[in-house]
Design a protein around this ligand. Structure first.
Ligand code: GLC
Ligand code: CA
Length: 566
């Protein structure tokens, strides 16, 4: 890796905060900016460098802030602009950077632009959105994530037209082919950069470009609309323009959420020479345990470790010469990683959670850690519809009832797949509401916080998941090889163990992870059998290790990082 390609956002670790659920400071049951300010020492103590906040803007909260009614104001639930200014100032003082969520595929229907747009067909804001006059008949079908009928066209009687909404009916899609929309968005972005923010995470950025003739969905996309949505004709033109007009003028980082973008298209978005984005989140891993094309239905029989490994290996290869990857196991849209990718049974929980930390922090690419994962928070698995808050789950419930579907299956799926699994309050201590708030939170706590899954207990215990997380952060920070070094998978077909080397001219590391609940063996590559192994981290007592020249024997969910000295 050449020195001139080093970047702070490649070496940094991102900590994602869902502000509604992090820390309530004024006992209204909702997390807020003051709560984050009060927890900055904790965030800093993790060793992370960059904080990404989910949307904190004015919003009617149809989709918890992803439906923005004013891009330049703070939702009163979260506090004031003065609180925001204080937050960013204090973060910068502590050497933390701030990345904001940029939601520009759509706005809220309560945004002034849409309020105007729907008034008449010749309103100056009409073309800010995507309207289809009803006299032309019903437009070709488009899929909506958050519509009970999955229909992305909403008829509006006032102007006898349909408008497009890829997400909820309260999230109309902006018309990116209108230069006025683009300029308005760029102005807003500059305004935030001038306030001092350090970057944007761009919500469903792959979807912003649409063929506004709205042809029938080409046959090959039937059943899987994601690639179609992600391959709009003008997507790269828009991203290059945004880069030229805004991003290039700031020392910032960008990470796009990119459903539908595959290995083949990846570099078109993040090849440095194209001047578009720095990184993006692909969806291959997030779809691995789901029924194809279905967001909330779990795949029968689960996933195979060889598939999990192939996804990471293929994506690493794409960015090995150009561009840069992002490594994440969870976020606010997906369940908790220890429950999803490993095992949250109390017998295995500690080893499973620390094994995943070892993975996340030893791969090439920028690691993204979702709040609460550092202490091994697990899926809450609500079994009553009243406990759920997410529009995705609530709509799916209505749909199931409407279609006479099986509610038992519905709950079986949502207990594992609902986005609310990751949205319950942060677990700070053993107080009534886990230290999140003094009153009933906006969404119920996971009652398991009392079993030591909280910060206070884990800060005291040197052998906790949290302490292990910090140690692993320290190891990544100490060895640039773990950031920039090459990645080479060993035994790709092994269904229990994920083993890989990370190396450069200076160091060779071997990472060996048992993703199973059984003792498993891994055979060392011949060329390393003579080498001297130094175990620099393990989630079992070192004496439990059995390293002989040929094979390593790993306990359930055991993780090891070794330095190989040849
Ligand atoms: C993204 C967000 C998700 C939101 C959707 C619509 O996928 O991560 O939370 O519901 O976009 O904005
Ligand atoms: Ca509050």
């Amino acid at each position: 890796m050449q020195a001139d390609q080093r970047k702070w956002w490649k070496e940094g670790i991102v900590y994602q905060i869902y502000p509604r659920s992090f820390q309530d400071s004024n006992d209204d049951g909702i997390g807020d900016l003051r709560g984050i300010i009060n927890r900055l020492d904790y965030i800093k103590s993790l060793g992370v460098d960059i904080v990404w906040l989910n949307p904190i803007y004015a919003s009617p909260n149809d989709d918890n802030g992803y439906d923005i009614s004013d891009y330049q104001s703070i939702h009163p639930d979260f506090g004031t602009m003065a609180d925001f200014d204080e937050l960013i100032q204090k973060m910068h003082q502590k050497g933390l950077r701030l990345v904001m969520d940029l939601v520009i595929n759509h706005t809220s229907d309560e945004h002034i632009w849409f309020q105007e747009s729907k008034k008449s067909r010749n309103n100056p804001y009409r073309d800010f959105y995507l309207w289809w006059p009803a006299e032309k008949g019903k437009p070709a079908a488009r899929y909506s994530y958050f519509d009970v009928n999955n229909d992305a066209w909403q008829y509006d009687v006032h102007t006898d037209s349909y408008y497009l909404h890829y997400f909820s009916v309260k999230q109309p899609d902006l018309n990116w082919e209108n230069p006025k929309v683009r300029e308005a968005v760029y102005d807003m972005m500059r305004w935030w950069f001038d306030k001092g923010i350090d970057g944007f995470r761009m919500d469903v950025i792959s979807y912003i470009s649409k063929d506004t003739n709205f042809p029938e969905l080409p046959k090959k996309y039937n059943g899987n609309f994601l690639p179609f949505y992600a391959q709009g004709p003008t997507i790269h033109q828009h991203l290059q323009e945004m880069n030229r007009k805004v991003l290039a003028h700031y020392n910032c980082m960008t990470v796009g959420e990119a459903p539908g973008v595959g290995l083949k298209e990846a570099l078109d978005f993040v090849d440095e020479d194209r001047k578009e984005l720095d990184m993006f989140f692909h969806f291959d891993l997030m779809e691995l345990d789901r029924k194809p094309g279905e967001f909330f239905t779990m795949r029968q029989g689960g996933f195979k470790l060889s598939e999990f490994k192939k996804i990471h290996t293929d994506w690493d290869a794409v960015f090995s010469k150009k561009g840069w990857g992002s490594i994440f196991l969870s976020n606010h849209d997906f369940p908790r990683p220890v429950s999803r990718w490993a095992n949250d049974h109390p017998k295995y929980w500690y080893h499973a959670a620390t094994m995943l930390h070892t993975f996340l922090l030893s791969m090439r690419g920028t690691p993204y850690v979702y709040f609460g994962d550092e202490i091994g928070m697990t899926n809450v698995r609500f079994d009553k519809i009243d406990d759920y808050r997410d529009i995705g789950t609530l709509n799916a419930y209505q749909k199931t009832i409407k279609e006479g579907g099986n509610l038992q299956d519905f709950f079986a799926n949502h207990k594992e797949s609902s986005r609310d699994n990751a949205r319950v309050p942060m677990q700070w201590n053993a107080d009534k509401y886990a230290g999140f708030s003094g009153v009933t939170p906006w969404i119920p706590n996971n009652p398991n916080f009392i079993n030591g899954i909280h910060v206070a207990a884990q800060e005291k215990d040197q052998t906790s998941v949290l302490q292990f997380f910090k140690k692993m952060v320290g190891i990544r920070k100490k060895h640039l090889t773990l950031v920039y070094g090459q990645y080479e998978i060993l035994e790709p077909d092994h269904e229990q163990i994920y083993a890989y080397k990370r190396f450069d001219d200076r160091n060779i590391f071997l990472v060996v992870l048992n993703f199973s609940d059984t003792v498993s063996e891994f055979h060392l590559p011949a060329e390393t059998q003579e080498a001297h192994f130094e175990i620099i981290l393990s989630n079992y007592e070192t004496s439990d290790h059995e390293i002989n020249p040929e094979k390593i024997c790993l306990q359930a969910y055991q993780a090891m990082v070794c330095k190989i000295n040849t």
